[in-house]
Design a protein around this ligand. Structure first.
Ligand SMILES: C[S@@+](CC[C@H](N)C(=O)[O-])C[C@H]1O[C@@H](n2cnc3c(N)ncnc32)[C@H](O)[C@@H]1O
Length: 291
């Protein structure tokens, strides 16, 4: 299904993310002070796969409120963040000013942004996205082609995201949804939830605040279940070379299911006794000279 037929779904997700983002940020204490004081919201997994970002032109797709974008910018990247949510981009732009860390933020549907960036001839050394990005994409081929088009020769797509296997379980860690979802939109009447409140300090490195209580999102949302083969094949079809694929048996920070076991480093594992399954993956894909 082409994304142009999904504009109304993207718009619905924009509305849902606008509401959820207010709740999420309400739980994060003094984020500007945290960043100003040298704090970073990055986990070691993305730091490792990103490698040296010093002086690199980096675009962070689906950057939400920009905390990770700014953490990367502080490591020396010339960073741009893109997100569809008005609330997220307003917050990110404010956070940049208040933290004193420079970055550029654009509010846009990622598919529209690809078209604009392409038309301008913008090129990046690194395209980055993480933690809950792929499940909002309605057209993987168009996304992969967009990534390829904005990468400079030798540039890299770097991702750390929740593994498609993690999307097969309901909140009680019961196998519920198909792995081979074929990108069919899944409708959530209760919209984007307040997973920051559920995860507590594990997702709030600047400190946890009670913030918005009992958040109910009045705006529904739509997610897309893509399996690993669909993601890799979309990247391969556009000519990118997969350089690295890692699978991790834990999720960073996010308490995806009830009764997850939290271990050192804010790593969340499935409940005791459950078999190990991949909950996150890391990926690097390179645009070679001939791509
Ligand atoms: C789970 S968040 C990603 C958070 C990110 N890892 C971070 O650094 O905070 C998913 C983001 O995707 C954005 N999003 C969803 N659909 C989008 C689209 N079509 N274009 C651009 N952004 C989109 C949402 O607004 C939301 O901020």
């Amino acid at each position: 299904m082409g994304d142009s037929g999904n504009k109304h779904i993207h718009q619905a997700n924009r509305d849902s993310w606008n509401r959820a983002t207010v709740a999420h940020n309400s739980h994060k204490r003094d984020q500007a002070g945290f960043l100003r004081g040298g704090g970073s919201t990055l986990f070691p997994e993305e730091v490792e796969v990103l490698g040296d970002v010093g002086g690199r032109r980096l675009v962070h797709l689906q950057c939400n409120s920009g905390q990770d974008t700014l953490s990367i910018a502080r490591q020396g990247a010339v960073a741009t963040g893109v997100d569809i949510s008005d609330e997220a981009i307003e917050f990110a732009s404010r956070l940049s000013v208040e933290s004193g860390i420079r970055a550029t933020f654009h509010r846009a549907d990622v598919y529209d942004w690809f078209d604009t960036a392409r038309a301008r001839g913008d090129r990046f050394d690194i395209v980055f996205c993480s933690y809950g990005a792929i499940c909002w994409l309605s057209d993987l081929d168009r996304w992969a082609a967009g990534v390829n088009a904005v990468l400079a020769t030798g540039g890299r797509l770097v991702m750390v995201d929740f593994h498609p296997v993690s999307m097969m379980f309901n909140e009680r860690f019961e196998l519920t949804y198909p792995y081979l979802g074929e990108g069919k939109p899944q409708h959530w009447e209760d919209g984007v939830g307040d997973y920051v409140a559920l995860s507590g300090p594990a997702l709030t490195p600047s400190g946890f605040e009670a913030g918005v209580a009992d958040f109910r999102n009045p705006k529904p949302a739509y997610e897309f279940q893509w399996h690993m083969g669909a993601i890799l094949n979309a990247l391969l079809r556009t000519g990118l070379r997969i350089e690295l694929l890692r699978e991790y048996p834990y999720s960073n920070g996010a308490r995806l299911f009830d009764n997850m076991r939290e271990e050192a480093g804010r790593r969340m594992f499935p409940p005791t006794g459950a078999p190990a399954v991949p909950l996150m993956f890391g990926l690097v894909a390179v645009r070679s000279a001939t791509a």
